[in-house]
Design a protein around this ligand. Structure first.
Ligand code: CAO
Length: 577
């Protein structure tokens, strides 16, 4: 085994840049090219990938550190194969050297960059009112990058070094500044264009004719690390090796970490898409970007989104706003979360939250804070139903299909939802002033998985029999536990059931799975003495806890819902009615 110290590669003038994100932790198995940290300057943010594969043994950097070329990042322990691979294919130090000048040219903030190092723009005139063609400067290996933002428009007076456009790759976003001052007469790119070095960007009139300016372009503002920027690796022990996953694999992992599948809106912990200037703007205002819903292409956050978010917070109110804009956090004035060094009080172990928890946690908080929840509890007598279920399971023992209480509950809920359609509804997210009643019955059920809670959905449960539903819940629960649920498996729910019956408890208060308006919590059934008018009889009672959204439903309706549901569970023939 070899212990390798991974350092920041030669990133030219890009010095003392702040570490804003740690993307790996001790114990992680990392691949070559996997991003280790994110650094950020005024004009760009970039991820620094690793050239070494192996297990992270120690992180040397921490959040807020300022790093430059050669700053140690972490120690990686890799096996012989991992060490051999880079040595044979692309020795990190050599790549670092080869890339250094490019990186040096492209990563420096414009102000700090000697103009002579950058390609000159095409100056069509040297006169006082020269027309200048601004081109994309040398941005190293950064090719065919997408224009995601136009920061100026024709007629604007542009200052030298003012950002003209923002481009973004998988690993970085950066603003491209103007090499000259002048009035913008033509913008030669549009949103979605792919640009590379030397491509025409804009035309300026009245630009300065100073040779110093006309001949020497200002470089691109702190572009990202090149496609595979090298990271210096310093062997500490002996040579190592490990199979090196491909770069596309590393990207796939990153994509997998996005919250897309669950469609839960802004997610703290997830990576927000925002240009460096927006990041800086948000930081200045103390806005957590992960809480801001982006309105730009692919959900990118714009400066206006940050402003709206702040306005929303200051104004209060929790109504969903047209266009999927962020839900204001109701102007809650809350004390800061306690920052405690728990290790002072005893031994601790830090465990990172799973991806699912990072996604579902904020959504649960949103739902809990923004929905006026009320929970009604009730008991259903399932003595006969349970006998029936056990009987059917005996009959079907050989078929391998197990009828669960959950499957009966799904069917009973569908019948109840048909009777009380306001529970199979959503508030219109666009206007907030209408209720959408759904004429389809897609029932979600909470599945406890090693990585956290998932809510797969039984589609068209009204059209399925109890046996089919039992089979489908079993399949979906297995998929959930194996981490194999597809996004579509979790979409479209109209009502949810959270069953803790197999585990225990009496009653609880489930959180509504927005944009649904109600959820049924079920706990473990127990034999209880129930007065039948003459005597106490032992009955199997199922505790029900129905949480509902008071904006859509009232307490009387919820009581009726529970009562109707209990009647169905007590006599399942009622499902037919
Ligand atoms: N009362 C008594 N026993 C019950 C019961 C109930 N309400 N519900 C289930 N059981 C029993 C079953 O009969 C079964 O017993 P046998 O093995 O003897 O037949 C056992 O409990 C296990 O049932 P199950 O859990 O395998 O099956 P299920 O269909 O009832 O549940 C699922 C499936 C996916 C809902 C469940 O596995 C699960 O993940 N539940 C947790 C949901 C959760 O975490 N909710 C909380 C959300 S809020 O954080």
């Amino acid at each position: 085994m070899e212990k390798v110290e991974v350092k920041v590669p030669d990133i030219g003038d890009f010095k003392d840049v702040e570490v804003i994100e740690l993307l790996v932790k001790p114990g992680d198995a990392i691949a070559k090219d996997q991003s280790l940290i994110t650094v950020e300057s005024d004009k760009a943010s970039m991820e620094i990938p690793s050239s070494a594969a192996g297990i992270v043994r120690q992180l040397i950097v921490k959040l807020g550190d300022k790093v430059s070329k050669g700053s140690p990042l972490l120690f990686v322990e890799s096996d012989a194969q991992a060490a051999a691979a880079p040595a044979a294919e692309s020795p990190a130090p050599e790549v670092a050297k080869a890339s250094a000048p490019e990186v040096a040219k492209t990563t420096a903030p414009p102000a700090a960059k000697p103009a002579a190092e950058s390609p000159a723009p095409i100056a069509s005139s040297n006169g006082a009112s020269a027309s200048i063609d601004v081109v994309v400067p040398d941005i190293g290996e950064f090719k065919d990058v997408e224009v995601i933002e136009l920061l100026v428009k024709v007629g604007d007076t542009v200052a030298k070094d003012q950002s003209l456009i923002t481009v973004e790759s998988d690993k970085a976003s950066m603003e491209i500044p103007s090499s000259h001052a002048g009035v913008l007469t033509e913008l030669r790119v549009k949103l979605g264009d792919k640009v590379s070095r030397g491509m025409p960007l804009a035309a300026l009139s009245g630009a300065s004719s100073s040779p110093a300016v006309a001949q020497k372009a200002v470089p691109a503002a702190a572009p990202p690390a090149p496609a595979s920027p090298p990271v210096e690796s310093v062997p500490v022990d002996s040579a190592t090796a490990a199979e090196e996953p491909t770069r596309s694999h590393a990207f796939a992992t990153e994509m997998g970490a996005r919250p897309e599948p669950l469609d839960l809106g802004p997610v703290p912990g997830a990576k927000p898409h925002a240009s460096p200037s927006v990041r800086k703007f948000a930081r200045e205002l103390g806005v957590e970007l992960t809480m801001v819903q982006g309105s730009g292409p692919k959900g990118r956050i714009t400066e206006d989104d940050v402003r709206s978010h702040v306005k929303g917070v200051l104004a209060g109110g929790a109504r969903p706003v047209q266009g999927g804009a962020p839900i204001a956090t109701m102007g809650l004035q809350l004390p800061a979360w306690p920052q405690i060094d728990f290790a002072k009080f005893g031994p601790i172990k830090r465990v990172d939250m799973s991806r699912i928890r990072k996604i579902s946690g904020p959504a649960l908080t949103r739902n809990s804070v923004t929905i006026p929840h009320v929970t009604n509890h009730d008991d259903a007598d399932i003595t006969e139903l349970e006998q029936f279920r056990v009987e059917l399971n005996k009959e079907n023992e050989k078929s391998g299909v197990k009828l669960t209480m959950l499957a009966f509950l799904v069917k009973a809920c569908v019948a109840t939802l048909k009777k009380f359609p306001e529970f199979n509804a959503s508030i219109d997210g666009a206007t907030g002033d209408a209720i959408i009643l759904k004429d389809y019955f897609h029932i979600g059920f909470a599945a406890d998985t090693p990585n956290g809670l998932m809510v797969p959905v039984i589609k068209d449960a009204d059209k399925k029999g109890v046996i089919d539903i039992a089979q489908e819940t079993a399949t979906l629960a297995t998929k959930a536990r194996d981490g194999k649920l597809a996004p579509t498996d979790m979409q479209g729910g109209t009502f949810s059931i959270s069953s803790l019956g197999g585990i225990g408890g009496t009653y609880f208060t489930p959180i509504i799975n927005a944009p649904e308006v109600a959820i049924l919590g079920v706990c473990r059934s127990q034999i209880r003495p129930v007065w039948d008018g003459k005597q106490f009889a032992p009955r199997l009672m199922l505790p029900l806890s129905l949480s509902w959204d008071h904006r859509v439903v009232d307490g009387a309706g919820a009581a009726r819902f529970n009562s109707f549901l209990s009647k169905i569970l007590a006599d399942f023939r009622r499902v037919l009615l």
